[in-house]
Design a protein around this ligand. Structure first.
Ligand SMILES: NC(=O)c1ccc[n+]([C@@H]2O[C@H](COP(=O)([O-])OP(=O)(O)OC[C@H]3O[C@@H](n4cnc5c(N)ncnc54)[C@H](O)[C@@H]3O)[C@@H](O)[C@H]2O)c1
Ligand SMILES: O=C(O)C[C@H](O)C(=O)O
Ligand SMILES: [Mg+2]
Length: 583
């Protein structure tokens, strides 16, 4: 029997993935987590026939939140907290998102980086429930039929990983599922994409992490990673199968070890983008725009050393080049403002090794045959104004490096961007201490404020979570056929303008995380406008909107857990009233 027939004939009861549906006419037959909300009125419970299935009191959200926060506080470890929040999201979706929106700063580190890193390392050990779709290399040829098993009728966006480079933690195979799950939770919390319209997707294409082969609990294929050729064929089938089932789907690539080939292959034919190259490029550009403006040093005099020359490093630098060019530099002048470092040292054209394609653009040709290995020597040679870390190597920006940056600059721009926190190239406390409080700082994972000589300093967080929700939402709402480079660039410039007066006064580079929903509206608007300019939008009814009208239109389309409760109450009460008046 072929696997196609097997899947078709195995259609049994739907897996227990919850959806925001209810018993209401026309809204599907399965009860959803919203129907068991302990804040629903007795009338509504009786109508839904959930009366008696929840404790008797009708509670306010405040009481529900107090209980959740108390339960969360009682969890002993970060992973216990992570699991508690995962269960809350799966069983009481609206309550989870309401809580997440109200406590963004406290909960994001538990749902996303850094704790999601530990959750991924231990995914097969802590696994409790299905939260996404897994597609294996063994399913090749039948991907469309496996995709049919996803129980939701519609999907607007998917985050897909093969687990081969999860944060700075390396190849974790299918244990990487925590990343699509976490990113999509942020799509919902930050940009209001409906949770039931998101698809976390993990590809089980083998792993080169041999420790996973030895792990009896590992839940993926225990075989080496497939070849590039095999991966290309698999991805071709996947892209076609996803868009065949959901023609408007936005596909976001995440945490692939070598993501450049897929992005190049599909960016002009599918509605897709790569968050590590493009999202990271955009978010860091936004921070750099603000940092450079604050520094008073003109763009042409900026000199950036990038420690780490992978997808994120190159994505960020290319995005900054685009801005430098818009600021008046030629592309060549802009490119020459960057010095890249990888495991072998400064990247030069005459280093003697074969450079990976993506490194060639920034490779130096002005080194007069000199090759430099150590970061501190490279800093001495280049005298950078900006030091970026996208290397996965925690602590490499040590006292000596930070001291030297502070000697060279009044306000050195120091961005240790590797995730999770343990992989950050330096801590916030060290960056402040070793630059005498003068560092302009943003890290990939959050850091607590630090006290230095009686002054409290606050860390910026340069994480793509500031832009990917808006890129996704803008693409969905404009019904863009493809995600153009101008849409990505617009997400950066929009974010750079999203600081409020208070944040500007404090010299912050990024808005406060607690305002991220508001910020996502601004980013979404920028992305929609760019889609319109590029003519890739299909939602033509909004082309003539003013910015205010567009913002309002976006807000109305954002999933808001409060509205789910209110509209359920209103809808049921309306139906009951109609029934009474008909009698
Ligand atoms: N802040 C954010 O929003 C954000 C976004 C994307 C990626 N990242 C982080 O950036 C890091 C890199 O991601 P990536 O996709 O570019 O990974 P990658 O594997 O493609 O690149 C890593 C780069 O670091 C270099 N490197 C590794 N060890 C080194 C060493 N000892 N000395 C010098 N260079 C070294 C490698 O040569 C490679 O060029 C990860 O930790 C990831 O979490 C952060
Ligand atoms: O996942 C994150 O926190 C950011 C980024 O995409 C990464 O790969 O580190
Ligand atoms: Mg990533």
């Amino acid at each position: 029997m072929s696997s196609t027939t097997k899947f078709a004939s195995e259609s049994g009861p739907a897996p227990s993935v919850k959806h925001t549906q209810s018993f209401l006419p026309g809204r599907g037959a399965a009860p959803s987590s919203s129907d068991y909300d302990t804040s629903l009125s007795v009338e509504v419970r009786k109508y839904l026939r959930t009366y008696g299935l929840t404790p008797p009191n009708v509670e306010s959200f405040e009481v529900q939140a107090e209980r959740c926060l108390k339960q969360l506080e009682q969890k002993a470890t970060a992973i216990d907290k992570y699991l508690y929040l995962s269960n809350l999201r799966n069983n009481h979706t609206d309550l989870f998102y309401r809580l997440a929106m109200d406590h963004m700063k406290e909960l994001t580190p538990l749902v996303y980086t850094p704790v999601v890193g530990e959750a991924c390392i231990r995914w097969s050990e802590i696994y409790q429930q299905p939260e996404g779709l897994y597609l294996s290399y063994a399913d090749k040829g039948n991907l469309a039929s496996v995709i049919q098993n996803w129980p939701a009728q519609n999907v607007e966006i998917t985050v897909v990983t093969d687990g081969s480079r999860i944060l700075g933690l390396g190849d974790l195979g299918i244990n990487g599922m925590g990343i699509p799950v976490g990113k999509l939770a942020l799509y919902t919390a930050c940009a209001g994409i409906r949770p039931d319209l998101t698809l976390p997707l993990t590809l089980d294409l083998g792993t080169n992490n041999e420790a996973l082969w030895e792990d009896p609990l590992y839940m993926g294929s225990k075989r080496p990673k497939i070849s590039c050729e095999e991966e290309r064929e698999f991805m071709d089938e996947l892209m076609a199968a996803l868009t065949q089932r959901w023609p408007g789907i936005v596909i976001q690539f995440e945490d692939f070890k070598n993501p450049f080939p897929s992005l190049e292959r599909y960016r002009n034919t599918y509605t897709c983008f790569n968050d590590d190259i493009q999202g990271t490029g955009a978010v860091i550009l936004a921070g750099v725009i603000n940092a450079v403006k604050n520094s008073g040093i003109p763009v042409k005099d900026q000199r950036a050393v990038f420690y780490g020359a992978g997808s994120a490093g190159v994505g960020v630098a290319k995005q900054i080049v685009e801005w430098f060019v818009k600021e008046g530099l030629t592309e060549d002048e802009a490119r020459k403002c960057f010095w890249f470092v990888d495991t072998k040292g400064l990247i030069t054209l005459d280093r003697g090794d074969k450079l990976a394609d993506h490194k060639v653009y920034f490779a130096r040709d002005d080194n007069n045959g000199k090759q430099i290995k150590e970061l501190i020597d490279i800093i001495d040679e280049v005298k950078p104004t900006i030091l970026m870390g996208l290397s996965t190597i925690g602590g490499v920006f040590d006292k000596q490096v930070l001291n030297r940056m502070a000697e060279l600059n009044k306000h050195p721009i120091i961005f240790p961007l590797s995730n999770p926190s343990a992989n950050s190239e330096c801590t916030f406390a060290d960056a402040i201490k070793y630059t005498e409080g003068r560092a302009v700082f943003a890290s990939g994972s959050p850091f607590q404020p630090t006290m230095y000589q009686g002054v409290l300093y606050h860390a910026g967080q340069g994480n793509n979570m500031y832009v990917f929700p808006g890129i996704g939402m803008g693409t969905i709402l404009s019904k863009a056929v493809i995600v153009t480079q101008n849409m990505i660039y617009a997400s950066a410039t929009s974010l750079s303008t999203a600081l409020n007066e208070d944040e500007k006064k404090k010299g912050l580079l990024y808005p406060d995380v607690s305002r991220i929903r508001e910020v996502s509206v601004i980013v979404t608007r920028g992305v929609i406008r760019a889609a319109q300019k590029d003519g890739v939008d299909r939602e033509i009814t909004i082309r003539e909107f003013t910015d205010e009208q567009l913002d309002e239109w976006i807000r109305q389309r954002m999933y808001d857990p409060r509205k789910v409760h209110d509209s359920l109450e209103k809808e049921v009460k309306g139906l009951l009233q109609n029934a009474v008046s008909r009698q």
